[in-house]
Design a protein around this ligand. Structure first.
Ligand code: AMP
Ligand code: MG
Length: 303
């Protein structure tokens, strides 16, 4: 797979902006479906869902999370954003901080950036790899040109995701595919609109200078880590309204595949519920009887 040629960031799947009303309805349907299935997922509590979002800056990761998750119960969802690793995180193996945030059974976790940064930003800026203090012996075994490191990481990531999926964590990977020109326009609006200024730094433009290197790194990621158990979904990102519909659809589809259901109350549990009811009702009538007795006694005393 090669970017940018193989996928069209501007695609809207045949829908046009005029369909925006219909698109809004489609998004609402997706959101409602997600809310329903998330409640079942939580009740069944056997499977977790890990949603991974990767993209170039300004592709709309935050907005997608905000919209797509707007209907679900906050108790069942956690969003984790991953930034430049701290000293403590750098002191550990590279999957450590991500493994700690894998969702529990019944939960959905969203990774806003993920361990894929370890083969994206770290690949584009190899000096970051030096900060990770990998054993020199290992690096030597991997060959002199660093290429071996990335291949090894692809293998490790694939194995990690296979381990997760074997153990009930469904990994749903979304790549929001933005064009270079759409990024330029979004950066400009972040500069022009004061309420968007906080989202923009000079570093973003510097990073944009590495556009081709990122496209190449993403191409390697898509080619090497799209597996049966954890495929990548490439979502066109130049039209936000379309990105959100597709993202909601992909996540809803993952939940449909799991098809979680509310646990049924078995006969035995029914019997125990019945017994509990009798006990509670008995307490109530005893309470009434004893208050009646107390009233009669008071009456006899002539008060
Ligand atoms: P943002 O998501 O815009 O708040 O930016 C987070 C920044 O953290 C981005 O510039 C990422 O490239 C950077 N980042 C995330 N994960 C890593 C990582 N593992 N190593 C180095 N930089 C990272
Ligand atoms: Mg940013």
């Amino acid at each position: 797979m090669r970017l940018p040629g193989d996928f069209n960031p501007g695609s809207t799947g045949g829908y046009s902006r005029d369909d925006a009303g219909g698109a809004q309805q489609l998004l609402q349907q997706g959101i409602a479906l997600l809310a329903d299935f998330q409640a079942r997922l939580a009740a069944q509590a056997t499977d977790g869902v890990l949603v991974i979002l990767q993209a170039m800056d300004a592709a709309g990761k935050d907005g997608t999370i905000r919209h797509v998750m707007s209907g679900v119960n906050p108790q069942g969802v956690a969003v984790h954003g991953f930034k430049v690793p701290s000293a403590e995180e750098l002191a550990h193996d590279y999957l450590w901080r991500y493994a700690a945030a894998v969702p529990a059974r019944g939960q959905i976790a969203i990774f806003n950036r993920s361990y894929y940064e370890e083969v994206l930003v770290v690949r584009v800026h190899p000096e970051l790899l030096a900060n990770q203090r990998l054993p020199g012996r290992r690096a030597a075994e991997d060959g002199q040109n660093h290429l071996g490191v990335w291949e090894r990481r692809f293998r490790e990531i694939n194995n990690f995701e296979r381990y997760l999926s074997d153990n009930g964590v469904h990994v749903v990977k979304l790549f929001l595919n933005l064009s270079k020109d759409a990024q330029r326009k979004r950066f400009l609006s972040r500069i022009e609109e004061p309420e968007k200024n906080w989202k923009f730094t000079g570093a973003d433009v510097r990073e944009r200078g590495y556009w081709d290197a990122y496209q190449s790194a993403f191409s390697h990621v898509l080619s090497n880590t799209s597996t049966k158990w954890a495929p990548w979904y490439v979502i066109p990102a130049d039209s936000k309204w379309f990105t959100r519909i597709v993202a909601a659809g992909v996540i809803a589809n993952a939940l449909l595949d799991i098809d979680p259901s509310y646990p049924t109350v078995e006969q035995e549990a029914h019997a125990s519920l019945k017994a509990a009811r009798h006990q509670l009702e008995a307490e109530d009538s005893m309470g009434k009887r004893s208050s009646k007795t107390a009233a009669r006694k008071a009456h006899l005393r002539g008060s």
